[in-house]
Design a protein around this ligand. Structure first.
Ligand code: CA
Length: 227
């Protein structure tokens, strides 16, 4: 049984999200502030975090930052409409998905399943993809560039995998969203830009002059076929 840590300070949301997720077969832990969220995350090592951004003491963005320093545990952010810019910051910090409140608890269950499936697909496949000096080890979800191991999140891995499988092919942002999400939902193409920016910071020798993941203006992105 997969364990989900639900971090939210509004009891009503905790109650409904917990009900739906438990009904869907997940084991649920809860925290109502950032400090206890981090303590529980360290002690219980949940499979996924559902994380509200606006929290007492340590806020959701800081929790994301600290979790990402130590692990790739998938994170789904919960944001208020007024936190539009925080959502982008969260994605840049490495969150995997987000939902804007008020959200449908059924949709939350679908997103949780999609993110976990993505994680499993990324870790259980047996595929090794090589594109130039970039090596993607699917079973281990590990990226190696010139022999150097680069830590990426599950979402970044899936994104890079989709691109590197077909060097030279231009992917639109919508196609990339498709590649990284298990379920169809409101497409948010700037999210792809945020993930690409992160990925470049990790894999590119000079993120301002990308060598691997190239921007195709007016179209989208492609993995360089000139390796
Ligand atoms: Ca809140």
């Amino acid at each position: 049984m997969k364990t989900i840590l639900l971090v939210e300070d509004e009891p009503k949301i905790v109650q409904i999200a917990r009900d739906y997720l438990e009904h869907a077969g997940f084991n649920i832990l809860t925290a109502s502030d950032g400090k206890s969220a981090l303590a529980i995350w360290r002690a219980a090592k949940p499979d996924l975090l559902v994380l509200d951004l606006g929290l007492p003491n340590v806020d959701g963005l800081d929790v994301t930052r600290m979790v990402r320093k130590e692990s790739n545990t998938p994170i789904i952010m919960l944001t208020a409409r007024s936190e539009e810019s925080d959502k982008l910051v969260g994605l840049e910090l490495g969150a995997d998905d987000y939902m804007v409140k008020p959200f449908s608890p059924k949709e939350l269950v679908a997103r949780v399943r999609a993110v976990l499936r993505r994680m499993e697909n990324a870790t259980q496949g047996s595929e090794i993809v090589r594109a130039g000096n970039v090596l993607l080890d699917t079973p281990r979800m590990r990226v190696t560039i010139d022999g150097r191991v680069v830590d990426v999140t599950p979402t970044e891995f899936q994104l890079l995998l989709a691109l590197a499988r077909q060097p030279g092919r231009i992917f639109t942002r919508a196609q990339l969203l498709d590649a990284v999400r298990g379920v169809a939902f409101e497409s948010y193409e700037r999210a792809i830009d945020a993930h690409i920016k992160n990925l470049r910071r990790k894999i590119e020798p000079d993120p301002r002059e990308p060598r691997y993941v190239l921007t195709v203006y007016g179209m989208g992105y492609k993995f360089s076929d000139e390796q």
